[in-house]
Design a protein around this ligand. Structure first.
Ligand code: ADP
Length: 875
């Protein structure tokens, strides 16, 4: 509805005028605000320009080029330059605002004022005319009434005079007055009629033409001005819109430079340019010049354990034990915290990613986990060197047992007499707790004078003679649970084939072939298969070391050797001063060990060839760090053979130690050029160890990383062939490795790959995990194992393809840049890694087959071996 139809009434007229006044006030306010705004923008632009200059100057001070090539630095430069351009555009816009836009606004104000005036006056004028006519009509009516009155009176007077019949001057006067009144009345009548006509015409025109016309005109004028006003506001908007035009272009440029920052790539050129060799190892060796020809009993690199030092060593040991406990507790605490963080991250990713408040905890948790990882690494180092310190101090003290510490001058004398090696060997090599040592050394003490008769460089006297190492390094026949006991210089064979036991007081318990050290119960059970077979071993219960007799009698029975108050040993029968005598008695008397068990000792089971003495192995350099402890390069004392030895941390709980030995138990059955060879285990004392062939090239992962760009495709393919060959062998033995990855393979001479790290392996066709999946290598593990805990050799097939991917990518991390959870999701939704450069196409096709979601669709290792071997020979 337009103005002319709606706004004719008086109140609308007043409202229209009020509106005009409001608009005029608004225009004025706008004008003043825009002028002030332009001033603000100019000031802001000036401040930005200043800032940009300062930033540029500060940046130019970085003259050493430390940040050349840095994408991050480039992005910063674009930002600083953008700042200056931004301020210049802002200044130009402010100028335009004042010089152009505000001027237009002022002109609009003038125009609006003028239009209000015109409207007001016009409206006044046409409405006044209606009033004027109304007034004139009223006046004319009065005149009409007066003339009519006069006419009537003069007529009456004239008629009265006339009727009196008296002609004369008076009648003439009355007649003239009557005629005059009559004329006047007629004239007034006509004027009235004309005026009424004029007034009616005007009034109609006023309503239908003049007022609507004025309002229509006013409407157009107002609309016209609103349009101008809108254009002015549009200009203001455009001039201050930082999301458009030049501003937007600047933002896009800055955005692109920021997006180009890649945390991974940022240091790659830097690393190439600043490449350097790692720091040379610094050796800390005892300076032998210090001792020259000898300073009393002191020996290079060995603790002096004598009456002068024993107390301080005990205090030190105590201190180390305290620190070790603290470090272990801290380790556990931090590990728990880390586990909590990781669980929280998984939960957030699964359930709360939509909730931005909760999701914002992700980066915080990630950073906290990174810090924890670093702290854990440091704590592990601390734990390791404290353990080392512990064993350095603890072992000689323990070997001292209840004996008094020698006087330094006695030790010096012994040294002069050539006995020092024997002493120091026995000090440095003994690692049994004082109590058990005392127990074991009892018979030995009685004839200790004989100890000195051994050559100083020979193995310690308690080590029995053993077959040559070469013979031992071959794993025993997997078919039989134990081999025939080796000949032993103290035992003969009775006529009925049962070994005849003898007692030699010079031999300690450790020397007896039927003593198996800390061999775990599971192994013991494997060794004792026939009725009456038995062996003796050692175990720890509630931190107390105990000697146990294990016998196969119906089931497997284990008897703890009891100690009498006099320090003798017994079961239910008589007590003996040594355990050897007790066992000999029990073997010879033919009576049950206990009445309840009825178990009779018939055949002692001697140590297997692979049960080495800890003292047979001389640990040398540390070459790696495993889950359970450090890995060393070592030498077998008998043969000089170089071997690799995995040690198990002394402080680990028994359960973990059993897990550690599990790897040895599995490995010992295999003999294949691509499987690392088992040589033996050392369970005579702590630390327990697994001895394996030394594979000199270290882990496959570090090997491919260190040889990036140097390996030919054929060499890489050869590694895939080796691994497939080893895995085909394992599959034929029903062994599921479960942790096949480049980090768990080793590289030997001529780059031959050997599969290692059987810590997670299982000898089953199918293995279902039910106790959680905490330590699972997600990115290497097949989906059915992750989702249902179902492991078969076909899971190893999946891991094998990831391993091949690692080889061809020279040790890249699979699903690089994605978390375990994300990688899992991607795999479930069909994603598979791309072929690394230089992967032969047939090889990649094979990898894709190994990554079939359904295990049934994956090839088995014999087929894989055939396929990779063919690819290898075509290269
Ligand atoms: P764990 O199974 O306890 O984690 P690993 O088998 O991974 O221990 O061994 C840790 C590291 O020790 C390996 O990465 C490797 O560098 C080294 N290592 C292990 N076994 C041998 C070996 N037989 N020969 C040479 N180095 C080895």
């Amino acid at each position: 509805m337009g103005f002319s139809a709606a706004l004719q009434g008086e109140s609308s007229h007043t409202a229209l005028l009020t509106r005009q006044d409001g608009e005029l006030r608004l225009l004025d306010t706008m004008r003043r605000v825009l002028v002030a705004r332009a001033k603000c923008d100019r000031d802001y632009a000036a401040a930005l320009t200043h800032l940009a200059h300062t930033a540029a100057k500060m940046d130019n001070n970085d003259v050493d080029g430390a940040l050349d090539q840095s994408q991050l630095h480039k992005a910063w430069r674009v930002m600083v330059e953008g700042l200056e351009e931004w301020s210049s555009v802002m200044r130009q816009n402010a100028d335009t605002l004042v010089l152009d836009t505000v001027e237009k606004l002022a002109a609009l104000i003038t125009e609006k004022r003028a239009s209000r005036k015109v409207y007001y006056e016009e409206h006044q004028r046409i409405t006044n005319e209606v009033s004027r006519l109304q007034e004139a009509v009223g006046k004319s009516k009065n005149n009409y009434e007066q003339a009519l009155e006069l006419y009537k009176t003069s007529k009456t007077k004239y008629e009265d005079q006339y009727l009196k019949g008296k002609p004369g001057r008076k009648l003439d006067e009355l007649k003239e007055r009557y005629q005059k009144a009559c004329r006047k009345l007629h004239q007034v009548h006509n004027d009235y009629v004309l005026l009424l006509c004029e007034a009616a015409d005007y009034e109609r025109d006023f309503r239908t033409v003049l007022l609507p016309g004025l309002l229509e005109y006013q409407e157009r004028v107002q609309e016209d001005m609103i349009d101008k006003w809108r254009c002015i506001l549009r200009e203001v908007w455009e001039l201050s819109d930082t999301s458009q035009g030049k501003f937007a272009q600047l933002q896009t440029e800055i955005g692109a430079s920021v997006t180009a920052i890649s945390p991974k790539a940022e240091y790659s050129i830097f690393s190439d340019v600043n490449k350097s060799s790692p720091p040379e190892p610094v050796t800390f060796e005892f300076c032998r010049d210090l001792l020259g020809d000898g300073v009393g009993s002191l020996q290079a690199g060995q603790l002096a354990v004598d009456s002068l030092t024993v107390d301080s060593l005990r205090i030190k040991l105590n201190d180390v034990e305290h620190r070790l406990r603290d470090v272990t507790a801290e380790l556990r605490e931090k590990q728990n915290l880390l586990n909590q963080h990781e669980t929280e991250v998984v939960n957030i990713r699964k359930n709360s990613l939509q909730d931005s408040n909760i999701a914002s905890r992700l980066p915080v948790l990630k950073r906290a986990s990174d810090v924890l990882h670093r702290e854990l690494n440091e704590l592990r180092c601390k734990e390791s060197w404290l353990q080392h310190q512990h064993s350095i101090i603890h072992d000689p003290l323990a070997s001292l047992g209840c004996e008094e510490a020698p006087q330094p001058w006695e030790a010096a004398q012994a040294h002069v007499n050539g006995e020092s090696h024997q002493r120091s060997d026995s000090l440095s090599l003994k690692s049994r707790s004082a109590a058990i040592k005392e127990l074991l050394r009892k018979p030995f003490n009685r004839s200790s004078s004989k100890a000195g008769s051994h050559s100083p460089t020979s193995t310690p006297p308690q080590t029995p003679s053993r077959p040559p190492t070469e013979e031992r390094s071959t794993p025993p026949d997997m078919g039989s649970p134990h081999t025939t006991p080796e000949g032993h210089h103290t035992e003969g064979l009775a006529v009925n084939g049962i070994p005849e036991l003898t007692y030699d007081p010079d031999r300690c318990l450790e020397d007896e072939q039927w003593f198996h050290g800390v061999l775990p119960r599971e192994e013991v059970v494997r060794l004792l298969v026939e009725e009456g077979q038995y062996l003796v071993r050692e175990t720890t219960r509630n931190d107390e070391q105990q000697v146990v007799l294990s016998v196969c009698w119906g089931s497997h029975k284990h008897f703890i050797v009891q100690t009498t108050p006099e320090g003798h040993y017994r079961f239910e029968g008589p007590a003996f001063p040594t355990i050897q005598e007790l066992i000999l008695h029990q073997h010879q008397c033919g009576l049950p060990v206990t009445n309840k068990s009825g178990a009779i000792l018939r055949t002692p089971i001697f140590r297997e060839r692979w049960e080495l003495n800890n003292d047979d192995v001389e640990l040398r350099d540390k070459i790696g760090r495993g889950n359970f402890g450090d890995v060393y390069k070592a030498r077998l004392r008998d043969s000089g053979l170089e071997v690799a030895v995995k040690t198990c941390r002394v402080t680990l709980p028994d359960e973990q130690k059993k897990k550690f030995l599990q790897e040895g138990r599995i490995l010992k059955q295999y003999d294949h050029p691509n499987i690392v060879k088992f040589i033996g285990i050392c369970v005579q004392k702590q630390p327990i160890m697994i001895v394996m062939e030394l594979v000199p090239g270290g882990s496959l992962l570090s090997f491919v990383r260190n040889h990036k760009g140097q390996l030919a495709v054929k060499q890489m393919m050869g590694m895939c062939v080796d691994t497939a060959s080893g895995m085909a062998y394992l599959e034929s033995k029903n062994c599921i490795h479960r942790d096949l990855a480049a980090r768990n393979c080793l590289v030997g001479h001529h780059n031959v790959v050997k599969i290692s790290d059987f810590g997670m392996s299982r000898e089953e066709e199918e293995y279902i995990v039910s106790d959680g999946m905490k330590q699972i290598p997600i990115k290497w593990t097949a989906p059915e194992a992750l989702n249902f805990g179902k492991y078969t050799s076909l899971c190893d097939v999946w891991s094998y393809a990831v391993l091949c991917w690692e080889i061809f990518s020279c040790g890249e991390v699979p699903y690089h840049g994605y978390s375990n959870t994300k990688a899992r999701e991607m795999i479930d939704s069909g994603y598979r890694m791309l072929a690394p450069p230089n992967t032969p196409d047939e090889m990649y096709q094979l990898m894709l087959k190994c990554w079939q979601y359904d295990p049934e669709n994956r090839p088995h290792f014999p087929d894989i071996y055939a396929a990779v071997d063919t690819i290898y020979s075509t290269l």
